[in-house]
Structure formats: structure tokens, C-alpha cells
Design a protein around this ligand. Structure first.
Ligand SMILES: [Zn+2]
Length: 465
């Protein structure tokens, strides 16, 4: 459908102006001070128009365990998470819907779902997430989370001798599932992309990384992984490779301009140089890094080195929400305490650019998404500047990034299709989703993780606790 968003407030270089934006065939066709209506008219007085943000790293099915996970560092937290992970396809569907809705209502129009696969139902899990995202109409990048080593291999050995059980599925079988998913579901033109996504050096062999890189080359797929989220992983890389994880990933040709790397908390200056040279993207997940005590990613250093940075919520078990604006706020001002030189601090306008264009570049779509320019895809969000949390009137982008905006998304479009109108998601019945999430869960408190009990003593020993 063709339409014109009329009289929206739009950011200029360092001010604002009122413009009308025409959309034809899912793309921005005109941006003009005059109202030259193309198709249906959408009045946007007192509303701010921005390109949609990208939730550049999450795990949708973690929604089922938000609010209950113990206060653990990643390695123990993962053990608990997997002990209680949902094994029910219906739950995968509902949490993907929930993740999409929360992303849309906090300014996102794209989501990268590093999707946890139900063992034995891998393709069904992916098909279910595809269905959920298509129903909501969000642009989805599904990154099936794969590994080929067992959980215990993710903890450094230190001075102890450790042996690990073989992973339940072979590396080749995992790559075959991934290739099948690409053939079935990868269709960027309709807003559905599959990524290769080995979870990280802590649980993946080189054979899995290189197999993924080959699929990425064969089908032009983006690459996505966790990278150096914790101190333990930094230590593990030295044990495994005798060099840093970044040096190793460069050596096996995994890093390139289509590669986005979640976390990047524990990198050396040399590693940062490699990320800049390979044009890899860092996905900053500040809330997860705080929640799991992983550390503060050196985002200001990345920006100074010319590394592209975007924002992610990470899974809702380590966040424990999917509020993209919250991740952007914390992920921006957190760094003011790491560098006394305020000239390096991230301004609200820079934050918005990282969240939109930075996210698009990390997904090899910088030419197609992330700015308000004629010819770009119409992934757009309109914010209601008369909402209580955006009043009184000062700098709209400052209010959006630094404030605590609630119920401020008036409308959103993905590929030119309206998916939010008058503050409500129009494509699915959100009241029904709420009822289903309620019905399929229960109030809980204490849980005992068997795997944590097995791993904790060794973890404390090698980490010097
Ligand atoms: Zn993650």
C-alpha cells in the first residue's frame, strides 16, 4: 500500500524539521517539506519519525525464564538455563511472538533471534519462529544457535584434567540442519533471513566455525556469534588456542563485514584492531553484561577504532526484559564512568544512529535500512511526543534516549506494512498472547539446577573464588 506520513518531526544534522515522507512499494519514495500525498494520508503532527531500531541479539525462548534465574555468572547461569529450557514447540511460538511485540513497542522493527533449538526438533523450532515473526510482521533474522561441544567444555580446565562428553549430534549433522533451514526459510526480500550462528569459541570446534563460514559464502548469509563475554572465556581461549579468541577467529577466516559478535567484553587492543580491519560488528548487550557480572564492554574504544557497534537486549533471562530503549539508554550512559574524557561519551543522536544504522550495517543491510533516505526500505517508527514521558517539550531524541519512555510508539511499519497503529500491534491479538503466556506458566520461586550442582565447585576453583 502507498501512503504518506504527513508533517512528522524529523532530525536534521543538529536540529529538527517538519517533513512528509511518502512510501511506495515498501520503500521511502519521497521526503519533502510540502505535503505531496502519495496514497493514503497518515497525519503525524507532534510525532517524531525515526528509522526502526534493530534488536541485534536476543534468544526469544528465554522469555519463559525471565525473572527467575539465579544471580550467577554466565557459565553457571547457562547450566541453570538449560536445565529448565522449554522443550515445547508451542512455547517457542509464544515467546517469539512476545519478543517481537516487545521489540516493536520499544522502537525496534528488526530482531536477531539467536534461537535455541529443541533437540530432535531443530527444523520445527526454526519453522515455528519463522511463523511467529511472519505473523507479527517484524523483520526477522533467525540465527539458529548451534554448538558441537558439551556444556562442561565451556569452562576452563585450569590446572585440572577435565574430560567432556561428546556432544549429542555430530558437527556435520548440525551443518546439514542449518543448510536445510536456509533452503526452506531464507528469504531476505520478505524480511526473513537465516544467519549462521555457532554460539561461540567456548562450545564450538573449528570444524563448526569453518562449516558455517562455507555456508555463509555459499548462500551469502550473515554470521553471528557470542564473543568473549566473560573472563572465563578469555582464559579458555588461551587454553584452547594459545592466543586470543579474536586472533583465532581471524586465523580461521570467520571474521568479515557480515559478522556480528555479541558482547565483546574482554578484548585486547590488538583484538580491537582486528575487528576494525575485518569490519566486524560488535553487538552491545549492556543489561545482560550487568546482570551476569560479565563486565563493561569497551564500547568507547570500539567507536574510536572505527568498529561498528549496535545494540541488543540479549535473551530475556539475562536482561530480564526486551525493552530496546532501555538497552540503548544503559548501553550509552554506562560508558561515562569508564572514560573521564566526556568528549568521548555517546550522545543521544549517536545512540540512535548505532541502534538503527549500526544494526543494519552489522546485518549487511546498511544500504537498505537504518536511515530516512529515499530508496531505503520503509522500516519506520513514529513516536508520540505528546506522551507524558516525553513531556515537557525539550529535545525529542534526548527525551527518547535518556528518559524513561513508556507507551510512546504510536506507529511502526516494516517493509512499508503497518504493524503498530495508535500504540497497538495490529497484526496479532496481543490480549490473546497475554492470556496464553499466563496460562502456559506459573508463579515460581526456588528451583534447584542439577547441572549447577555438578559444575559449581570446579568453576569456583578455576576462577580463583
Ligand atoms: Zn546471547
Amino acid at each position: 500500500m502507498d501512503f504518506t506520513i504527513e508533517n512528522a518531526l524529523i532530525a536534521t544534522q543538529d536540529d529538527y524539521t517538519t517533513l512528509s515522507v511518502g512510501v511506495s512499494d515498501g520503500k521511502i519514495s519521497t521526503i519533502s517539506p510540502q505535503v505531496e500525498s502519495v496514497g493514503t494520508s497518515m497525519p503525524a503532527d507532534n510525532k517524531l519519525l525515526l528509522p526502526g531500531f534493530i534488536n541485534a541479539h536476543t534468544h526469544s525462548s528465554e522469555m519463559w525464564q525471565r525473572g527467575i534465574m539465579s544471580m550467577f555468572p554466565l557459565e553457571l547461569w547457562l547450566a541453570e538455563l538449560y536445565d529448565f529450557a522449554p522443550l515445547d514447540i508451542e512455547k517457542v511460538y509464544l515467546s517469539a511472538l512476545g519478543t517481537a511485540v516487545e521489540t516493536l513497542l520499544s522502537g525496534g522493527t528488526s530482531v536477531v533471534d539467536h534461537l535455541v533449538l529443541i533437540p530432535g526438533k531443530e527444523l520445527e523450532t526454526i519453522a515455528t519462529a519463522v511463523r511467529a515473526y511472519q505473523e507479527v510482521g517484524i523483520r526477522a533474522f533467525i540465527a539458529p544457535l548451534i554448538q558441537d561441544e558439551s556444556l562442561t567444555a565451556g569452562i576452563p580446565s585450569g590446572d585440572t584434567k577435565q574430560s567432556h562428553e561428546a556432544y549429542f549430534r555430530s558437527t556435520q549433522a548440525t551443518l546439514d540442519i542449518l543448510e536445510e533451514a536456509v533452503k526452506l526459510f531464507h528469504n531476505p526480500d520478505i524480511g526473513m533471513s537465516i544467519l549462521v550462528a555457532p554460539t561461540g569459541i567456548q562450545l564450538c570446534t573449528d570444524a563448526l566455525f569453518t562449516g558455517c563460514a562455507e555456508l555463509s559464502d555459499k548462500y551469502n548469509l550473515c554470521r553471528h556469534s557470542h564473543l568473549l563475554e566473560t573472563k572465563a572465556q578469555e582464559k579458555l581461549a588461551q587454553e584452547k588456542y594459545g592466543c586470543t579468541a579474536v586472533e583465532h577467529l581471524q586465523r580461521i577466516s570467520y571474521l568479515d563485514s557480515r559478522t556480528s559478535l555479541a558482547h565483546c567484553v574482554h578484548l585486547t587492543d590488538g583484538d580491537i584492531k582486528i575487528l576494525a580491519e575485518t569490519k566486524s560488528t560488535v553487538v552491545h548487550n549492556p543489561l545482560s553484561n550487568l546482570r551476569l557480572g560479565s563486565g563493561i564492554a569497551p564500547i568507547l574504544k570500539y567507536r574510536q577504532a572505527g568498529v561498528n557497534v549496535s545494540f541488543g537486549c540479549d535473551g530475556a533471562s539475562s536482561n530480564d526484559s526486551q525493552d530496546l530503549l532501555e538497552a540503548i539508554k544503559i548501553g550509552s550512559i554506562l560508558h561515562n564512568v569508564t572514560d573521564f574524557d566526556y568528549q568521548h561519551w555517546i550522545t543521544p543522536r549517536q545512540s540512535v544512529k548505532m541502534a538503527a544504522l549500526g544494526g543494519a550495517i552489522g546485518l549487511n543491510m546498511g544500504e537498505l535500512l537504518g536511515t530516512l533516505d529515499v530508496g531505503k526500505k520503509a522500516d519506520l517508527v513514529l513516536y508520540d511526543l505528546t506522551s507524558l514521558s516525553l513531556l515537557p517539550r525539550t529535545d525529542p531524541i534526548g527525551l527518547l534516549v535518556l528518559g524513561r519512555p513508556t507507551n510512546i510508539v504510536d506507529s511502526a511499519w516494516v517493509n512499508g506494512k503497518q504493524v503498530v497503529a495508535n500504540g497497538k500491534v495490529t497484526t496479532i491479538d496481543v490480549d490473546n498472547l497475554r492470556q496464553e503466556l499466563f496460562k502456559n506458566s506459573q508463579w515460581q520461586t526456588q528451583r534447584k539446577s542439577k547441572t549447577v550442582a555438578e559444575l559449581e565447585a570446579h568453576y569456583r576453583l578455576v576462577m580463583g573464588l
